[in-house]
Write a protein that binds this ligand. Sequence first.
Ligand code: AMP
Length: 285
Amino acid sequence: MSTIVREVRAMQEYSRAERRAGRSIAVVPTMGALHEGHCSLIRLAREHADRVVTSIFVNPTQFAPGEDLERYPRPFERDVERASSAGADAIFAPPVEELYPAGYATNVTVDGLTSVLEGAARPTHFRGVTTIVTKLLLCTLPDVAVFGQKDGQQVAVLRRMVADLNFPVRIVVGPTVREPDGLAMSSRNVYLSERERAEAPVLYRALRLGEEAIRNGERNAAAIQNVMRGIIAEHSRGRIDYCSIADSGSLSEQAELKRDSTVMISLAVRFGTTRLIDNVIVTVP
Ligand code: AMP
């Protein structure tokens, strides 16, 4: 069973002791409701460090008013079992007041990258993410931090932040884990109705169509986006928030794709009140 740590000071002491003993540490930050996507990151973390710490913390500052903070699933006992069997040595699960005590006043922001895509729909989201990831890195003192490609913009933002603030941490990114029908695993999939769940795999179908078009030589982003929008409209009632083809590092939209550049094709689609995101990374041949 993993050790459960509730306090910042105890977490830092755990990590310092491991480091003094010559062992390296990887952290896998999560909001719990662990599924196979999270577990794959914990297993990946084991390949990169001697000790794996998973954090389970539903971070209130990355939710806007009216989002799903209160109803976000919190199956803690099951999470502990899953994290333990995936190989987490410690679980850092502080109460909210431990990380945001009364009088808390500090935020970390990354400019530019955070105002597009998810940031356009959720203007305060990334400030919450960059602040909590900074805090989690300072609590767990890792050599390696592991994130999922599922949240592709988050990866780009956190890479920028870690480089800009000179965090002595290496970022490792794990591939998106999917259900057999292609739907990216997400703690929010439980919100989908039966019909929405049946339609939701269309996101990945559209992304693969986009990828295939690029591999077949299409260089015009608008043409690719038209095909993707078409299949989503044909096979679902999902409402498209964005269908983006952007440079994978800077996230700037690309009109004509350049050979050897790496782009992220990403989608946000609303099914009822549930907003799903997914992406693929493609190097333009
Ligand atoms: P969350 O608990 O949703 O904040 O996610 C915690 C970490 O797991 C983030 O780095 C996510 O990108 C990653 N993650 C979530 N879903 C998946 C998935 N289906 N495959 C791989 N990683 C994922």
